[in-house]
Design a protein around this ligand. Structure first.
Ligand code: G16
Length: 567
């Protein structure tokens, strides 16, 4: 066997390689700059090596198949080979969904994993790319870890790689190499098999099959439709829903992963997954789900396009968790949501007397609670739901969880389940306005203004009116979170203003955009009245949003008079 040599390559640091909410996300053009990707990967590896034994270690590598994924996988393999890593497990053609990587890290007891994705951001040579590191629990690296990566990127002067390492990404099986006398192995595996096996363990597939086929207690076949938005989930949908759960092939749409996602945003919300919304409005299908580029986000729709907000989806899953075999077996520990997520889950948690947590935006904040055995089910308004079966949110899992509940309620629909839920617990109306790609300076000035506002004690008790609605401030702050497990504190996690009637507005700058600043404005309120519960969320929340816009002077600071996306 040819003995490969390690090459040391001189480099210069790049500014701004600071991981955001979930890894480093930049344009492909940025990642293609000389040494840009290499610098960041070397910084990850240096950070890992500083806290764990890299010699002989196993790492999992794969991404959502977007443009530049395979180039990045090859760079990672070359750098890992030069740092005595023992073995890489890579998805065939460099492809793994994010939940699949999380599962594999846990299943194989790997030291960690490197995921290539910019999630729901568009792909292609003129769009976005991203790299993130997941630690040995299968979850995204915490702030302390990513801060260290950033420190390395600021001072890097050289990186090591094995230039002549050629991995065949399409060939399943093990490829062995010798690097300066040490063995290095790459195993290329089927991207779906292990994840599908996990889903079979967590759920009762026979019961779901009966639902879809209209056998057993079910009056008729339950018609399902999945939109993978040309992201990574296509092969997962085909294998799990079509082959194993007997959904027709035609129910898997946009199921070919494409490097540019067909030129669209692979983002499962009412704006970017509008084709699914239109399909569902035809009234043929009983259940629809869309997934994002890397398969961790989901949107759930019922017949005629009935939209389940992510906040409601989480609450319904929690209230019906006893129908899911995994929770029957392992019990239900606590519940959690991110701070901007509406509080529908809070009341379910209270009714079940469970421990409850409100964490900053970012799935990484759930991991410690899960590892400590205090959290079973959690979610975020950004179309993420998941459980402690892995340490990432999980789109396909969420769709199967919904079907498990429906399989246990013969004759019911998505809408009837949600409306019953509101009748029992009340309804949380929720909306989010995104102002994408604002000038950094304007966005910062607006946040500074809001920070000053919420620090001023005079704000409490102050009233703001819009039309005939008046909102009086009960409490306002910049959210800060102390992790109850390790005591670490995360500050500046979003401005929130809570009004006396319980309604709430939140402002944050997104940590996942690749250029400029994306301002997120969240609004929610609670409605116990069953007649009002049937009203349109946009209409109900408009006065609250108008107050938020007036308080923040958003238009003044950013020049924007309308959001780019409303969810
Ligand atoms: C990531 C995080 C989520 C977070 C979302 C939005 O999701 O994993 O926890 O809610 O970003 O973050 P931001 O509001 O900062 O843009 P994903 O699906 O993009 O990896």
């Amino acid at each position: 066997m040819e003995v490969l040599q390690i090459n040391t390559i001189a480099t210069e640091p790049y500014q701004g390689q600071k991981p955001g909410t979930s890894g480093l996300r930049k344009t492909v053009k940025e990642f293609q700059k000389p040494n840009y990707t290499e610098n960041f990967v070397q910084s990850i590896i240096s950070t890992v090596a500083a806290s764990a034994k890299l010699d002989g270690a196993l790492l999992i590598v794969g991404g959502d198949g977007r443009y530049y994924c395979q180039d990045a996988v090859r760079i990672i393999a070359k750098i890992c080979a030069a740092h005595k890593v023992g073995k890489l497990i890579i998805g065939q053609n460099g492809i793994f969904s994010t939940p699949a990587v999380s599962n594999l890290i846990r299943k194989t007891k790997a030291l960690g994993g490197i995921i290539l994705t910019a999630s729901h951001n568009p792909g292609g040579p003129n769009a976005d790319f991203g790299i993130k590191y997941n630690i040995s629990n299968g979850g995204p690296a915490p702030d302390g870890f990513t801060n260290k990566i950033y420190e390395y990127t600021k001072t890097i002067r050289a990186y090591n790689m094995v230039n002549n390492l050629n991995v065949e990404l399409e060939r399943l099986g093990t490829q062995k190499f010798l690097v300066e006398g040490l063995p290095f192995e790459v195993e290329i595996i089927d991207s779906v098999a292990d994840y599908a096996a996990l889903m079979r363990e967590l759920f009762d597939f026979n019961k779901i099959r009966e639902l879809l086929q209209g056998t057993g207690p079910h009056p008729a076949p339950f018609q399902v439709f999945f939109d993978s938005l040309h992201g990574v989930t296509g092969p997962y949908v085909r294998r799990i829903f079509c082959m194993e759960l007997s959904a027709p092939e035609s129910s898997a749409s946009n199921a070919e992963p494409l490097p540019d996602f067909g030129g669209e945003h692979p983002d499962p919300n009412l704006t970017y997954a509008h084709k699914l919304v239109e399909k569902m409005k035809e009234g043929i299908y009983d259940f629809g789900a869309a997934f994002d580029g890397d398969g961790d986000r989901n949107m759930i729709l019922g017949k005629n396009g009935f939209f389940v907000t992510p906040s409601d989806s989480l609450a319904v899953l929690a209230a019906n968790a006893h129908f899911i075999p995994y929770f029957q077996k392992n019990g239900l520990k606590g519940f959690a949501r991110s701070m901007p997520t509406a509080g529908a889950i809070d009341r379910v948690s209270e009714s079940m007397a469970k421990e409850f947590f409100e964490v900053p935006t970012g799935w990484k904040y759930f991991g410690n609670l899960m590892d400590a055995g205090r959290l079973s089910l959690c979610g975020e308004e950004s179309f993420g739901t998941g459980s402690d079966h892995i340490r990432e949110k999980d789109g396909v899992w969420t769709a199967i969880a919904w079907l498990s509940i429906l399989a246990n309620k013969p004759g019911e629909s998505v809408e009837s389940i949600v409306v019953d839920h509101w009748t029992k617990f009340g309804r949380n109306f929720f909306t989010r306005y995104d102002y994408e790609n604002c000038e950094d300076a304007g966005a910062k000035a607006m946040m500074d203004h809001l920070n000053a506002l919420v620090k001023d004690p005079a704000l409490t008790g102050k009233s703001y009116a819009d039309g005939d609605k008046t909102f009086t401030v009960a409490k306002a702050d910049n959210f800060s979170y102390k992790d109850p497990v390790d005591g670490s504190v995360s500050e500046n996690q979003g401005i929130r203003v809570v009004f006396k009637d319980g309604s709430r507005i939140v402002f944050r700058i997104s940590g996942t955009g690749s250029t400029g600043s994306t301002i997120r404005l969240y609004g929610d309120c609670y409605e116990p009245d069953q007649v009002k519960q049937k009203m349109d969320a946009g209409f109900i929340l408009k006065p609250l949003i108008n107050v938020a816009l007036a308080m923040s002077k958003l238009t003044h600071f950013t020049g924007r008079d309308a959001p780019t996306v409303i969810t």
